[in-house]
Design a protein around this ligand. Structure first.
Ligand code: C5P
Length: 230
């Protein structure tokens, strides 16, 4: 059983609300940097007032005090999940978890899915990198720091589940049906595959947003992931 999170990667709040009017079964939505910068906290209040759980995906990576204050602000807004970069370090993650204090789930973004081994090695100043081992290592750090879970690609879910234990959230973007356009996503899997490997939250944007019938696609995903959409 997993949740399907609708990624509201749309130009503005009115487009997001129009989409949600067509998805009455939706329980979770993701607001990222673009929509948050454009619309601000008012949109989060509109979404929570509709009974939706909000995943605020701003991928914080800053000094511990700043990240802790940002997490506290997200809690006050009624956000249910937020992201930090695991490379922000143990103290930053611990400060985020302490600030959340169980009111929201802080999840750690491991290796961005836009990296390949060469670009990641360059970013961290190494000759080479093993991305799977790096995701595994960062997941362990995130759990030791007290985070609720991690974000990883669908292809690393089984590996990560072995590290984070049975209870942690594993949040997975890059969900595509067999006939779907991949767009810029490289390491993709179907909803059923991701859930079978141990994902708890599936983040889906373009396959829903760009569909002729977003509601039908969403309901198909819920069924595929054996989610309860009420
Ligand atoms: O349109 P699509 O289904 O690819 O959307 C996936 C969503 O997940 C986007 O909002 C993207 O920013 C987000 N995401 C991702 N890869 C990560 C973290 C977040 O694709 N590593």
């Amino acid at each position: 059983m997993a949740e399907v999170i609708v990624a509201l990667d749309l130009p503005g709040g009115s487009e997001a609300i129009r989409l949600l009017d067509r998805l009455p079964e939706a329980r979770w939505v993701k607001v990222g940097s673009i929509l948050m910068t454009r619309e601000g906290p008012d949109l989060i209040r509109v979404l929570t007032d509709r009974g939706l759980r909000v995943f605020l995906d701003l991928k914080w990576h800053d000094i511990p005090n700043t990240v802790a204050e940002a997490v506290a602000s997200a809690c006050a807004l009624g956000v249910s999940m937020a992201t930090v970069h695991t490379l922000g370090g143990t103290r930053m993650m611990e400060a985020a978890a302490e600030a959340a204090d169980g009111r929201l789930g802080v999840v750690g973004v491991t290796v961005l899915t836009s990296h390949d081994a060469v670009s990641y090695a360059r970013a961290v100043g190494r000759r080479e990198a093993d991305l799977a081992r790096e995701v595994e290592r960062q997941s362990g750090e995130a759990m030791r720091a007290g985070l609720a879970g991690v974000v990883c690609s669908p292809q690393e879910v089984a590996l990560v589940r072995a590290v984070v234990g049975a209870e942690a959230w594993i949040v997975v973007p890059g969900i595509r049906g067999h006939g779907d356009t991949r767009g810029d996503q490289v390491r993709v899997a179907t909803a059923a595959e991701a859930v079978a490997a141990g994902a708890t939250h599936l983040v889906v944007g373009r396959p829903i947003i760009q569909a002729a019938d977003p509601s039908a696609v969403f309901r198909g995903l819920l069924e595929e992931a054996q989610c309860i959409g009420s």
